[in-house]
Design a protein around this ligand. Structure first.
Ligand SMILES: C[S@@+](CC[C@H](N)C(=O)[O-])C[C@H]1O[C@@H](n2cnc3c(N)ncnc32)[C@H](O)[C@@H]1O
Length: 424
């Protein structure tokens, strides 16, 4: 048989097993070199197969349920999910898909006796599987996360967010210089917030201006906190949780004296690489935000969080996580906000943000801060900036961004952000 599709599919199956069975994140697996043995085009293929399967998981499972008396072991189930996604979701020719997964399972010592089942089940989708797939509802987020998000935002918004998650995300860039000129050069859209959006970018590193460091990849929502901080030339600015460095680059490009801290030596390497590629300067250093000393005009705290705002790009998150670590993150966020406020010079400002859809990591953190510290106010004037959509305004004075906003443009990451100013 034709062996060409086997390598990316086998890797896709391994990735899916690790995500759904071991709770590993895709980014972590890739950083550990899982894709390295594959040819570059196969890497992209393996990755996109996994992403599509995770995004459409509920559809694949619903279609499979009809043809399975009981759920097989994880690897066989995941091979079936990948196969159904390819045939029904990606509309690929069934023959090659079925043969590949049968071959992969046949070569798997623990699962080889199930190759007949894989063959028999996948074949059933060859004729009308694609049509059945298209008729199914937008795939739902796993219950552990759907419940709290639905409670926070309501059923209608939940469905709209799920639609955004299912569609995935375009590529957003932040320009080092003139964003309008960059949009024109790359044939992208200049967004109201100043980011440049490309709908169908191809390989990022091959785009014009990558080598020259004229831009960096940063979701439009993720670019807003540094815009709110509005670092000025010559100001002493602290990026407390900086890696991989998107916001550090924005503040360095504005001419501020940026100290970029991160607890992870490994992740800090990315900050150094990004600064070097873009020809920008910052004092990037490894350190714990809770122990850092100094006094700053402006501080950006992009706190570690559930990252539930990034599901459009990271559909593995709801399957790799179960929410069990989130409470500890919320406690850390609270301590970090207090610590960050203590590092401000008189008259200084702090932007607190998280790429989370959970109010406990955003709105509630700010409400609780105001309760325990009457000497801080939320600077709600940012809600009136000309490029701020009124729909983003949050009652306590911050901005709430959600993936279902800008649906006609391709959405945005979920984020919460607020500008805080000590009054004494
Ligand atoms: C949301 S990410 C930051 C993203 C970054 N601001 C950007 O825009 O590219 C959170 C970061 O916080 C770092 N972190 C976690 N605990 C920390 C601590 N106690 N002190 C400093 N950094 C910490 C993590 O290593 C991670 O890189």
């Amino acid at each position: 048989m034709d062996q060409s599709g086997l390598a990316p599919r086998r890797t896709a199956l391994y990735l899916l097993d690790q995500i759904t069975g071991e709770g590993r994140l895709m980014a972590e697996l890739i950083a550990n070199g899982v894709l390295e043995r594959l040819a570059p085009e196969d890497r992209a293929r393996a990755q996109s197969l996994v992403m599509d399967t995770l995004r459409g998981m509920e559809r694949a499972d619903r279609l499979l349920q009809k043809n399975l008396n009981r759920q097989p072991g994880l690897t066989v189930m995941n091979a079936l999910r990948l196969g159904v996604t390819e045939i029904c979701g990606r509309k690929e020719a069934a023959y090659g898909v079925v043969n590949s997964y049968v071959e992969i399972i046949a070569r798997n010592k623990r699962a080889s006796q199930m190759k007949g089942l894989v063959n028999a089940v996948l074949r059933k989708y060859a004729d009308d599987g694609a049509e059945a797939w298209d008729k199914l509802r937008t795939p739902r987020t796993p219950k552990w996360l759907r419940d709290p998000l639905g409670e926070a935002w309501g059923a209608k918004v939940m469905t709209a967010m799920e639609e955004a998650h299912f569609k995935g995300a375009p590529l957003d860039l932040t320009a080092k210089g003139d964003a309008a000129a960059l949009a024109e050069r790359l044939g992208g859209e200049l967004l109201p917030t100043g980011s440049v959006r490309l709908q169908d970018p191809g390989q990022v590193t091959a785009l014009d201006g990558y080598e020259a460091g004229d831009w960096w990849v940063q979701d439009a929502a993720a670019a807003i906190p540094a815009r709110l901080l509005n670092a000025q030339k010559g100001e002493d600015v602290l990026d407390l949780c900086s890696a991989p460095g998107g916001k550090t680059l924005q503040m360095a490009a504005a001419g501020a004296n940026v100290t970029a801290l991160d607890i992870s030596e490994e992740r800090l390497k990315r900050v150094h690489e990004n600064l070097e590629r873009c020809g920008l300067t910052a004092n990037a250093m490894q350190g714990d935000a809770l122990e850092h000393e100094g006094r700053y005009d402006a501080i950006l705290l992009d706190a570690p969080c559930s990252a539930t705002g990034t599901i459009r790009r990271h559909p593995d998150l709801p399957y790799a996580k179960d929410g069990s670590g989130f409470f500890a993150l919320m406690e850390l966020q609270e301590v970090m906000i207090d610590r960050a406020l203590s590092l401000l010079k008189p008259g200084g400002r702090l932007v607190y943000c998280t790429c989370s859809l959970l109010p406990d990591e955003g709105e509630v953190q700010i409400e609780e801060l105001l309760d325990r510290n009457p000497n801080v106010r939320v600077d709600s004037s940012i809600q009136n900036l000309p490029w701020v959509d009124p729909a983003w305004r949050s009652p306590e004075g911050g901005l709430r961004l959600r993936p279902d906003f800008w649906p006609e443009r391709g959405g945005m990451d979920g984020f919460y952000m607020a500008v805080l100013r000590p009054t004494a």
